[in-house]
Write a protein that binds this ligand. Structure first.
Ligand code: DC
Length: 223
């Protein structure tokens, strides 16, 4: 297999450690890191700013058609440019997580972003993370992982992440948002959160980030 066609997918619920782990794994594999959640968050932000009614298919179609979205690797997050404006920090709030989850249930949004994600993986090796990267976006991926952790541990990690960024964070609120988002992402009709049958499932609740990355590298090197 050529380097350019190497695709690793990491799916799982929010707060399971996907972002940190995907970024580290990409670094170790000298591959690009593709944060598909950041794209859904950017669409959520655009919809909120423009006051788009998410039940109005035409309005959502217009939003998606006019969307100017660019991603580039940042220091410790993906840098996201929406119509030329750096929205990297603005998309990281729990509120934008909920908005992203809502817009991600819309077919036109998924089609456009899935196309964009495939384009980004065309000429380079990638580690892609999200909810449907192994099932829908890259069914041909060489290596697929499904990362889980219990909701309490995920809420604890999310709270710490936000505090580190200097943002407001309330553990109980984050825990209930995580539970609600899990349900929303798993119960939707289009590309629901679920493991690809061949995905290797890893529970990160009691593992360190380094342990998960090492486990993944071992699996990739000795499938
Ligand atoms: O990974 P995240 O928390 O940044 O993702 C935000 C939301 O975007 C998530 O709740 C569901 C949606 N999403 C999706 O539907 N498909 C993806 N591949 C990635 C994210």
């Amino acid at each position: 297999m050529s380097r350019a066609s190497l695709i690793v997918t990491i799916d799982g619920p929010s707060g399971s450690g996907k972002s940190t782990i995907s970024r580290l794994l990409a670094h170790r594999l000298k591959a690009a890191y593709l944060d598909t959640g950041a794209m859904y968050r950017a669409v959520g932000l655009a919809a909120q700013r423009q006051g788009v009614d998410l039940d109005d298919q035409e309005a959502v179609g217009g939003l998606i058609e006019a969307l100017d979205l660019a991603l580039s690797p940042g220091e410790d997050d993906t840098r996201v440019l929406l119509n030329g404006e750096d929205v990297s920090l603005a998309i990281r709030t729990p509120e934008m997580g909920m908005m992203a989850s809502r817009v991600s249930a819309i077919g036109a949004v998924r089609q456009r972003l899935t196309r964009l994600q495939r384009e980004l993986a065309k000429n380079q090796a990638v580690v892609a993370e999200g909810r449907d990267t192994g099932t829908v976006v890259f069914p041909q991926a060489a290596h697929k992982f499904y990362l889980v952790a219990n909701p309490e541990e995920r809420a604890r990690r999310r709270t710490a992440q936000l505090v580190e960024k200097g943002m407001r964070a309330d553990y109980q609120e984050i825990l209930s948002q995580i539970v609600e988002r899990d349900h929303q992402d798993s119960a939707r009709q289009l590309a629901p959160l679920q493991p690809a049958p061949e995905a290797v499932r890893i529970d990160s609740s009691a593992l360190s980030i380094g342990q998960v990355v090492d486990l993944m590298l071992a699996t990739i090197n000795h499938p």
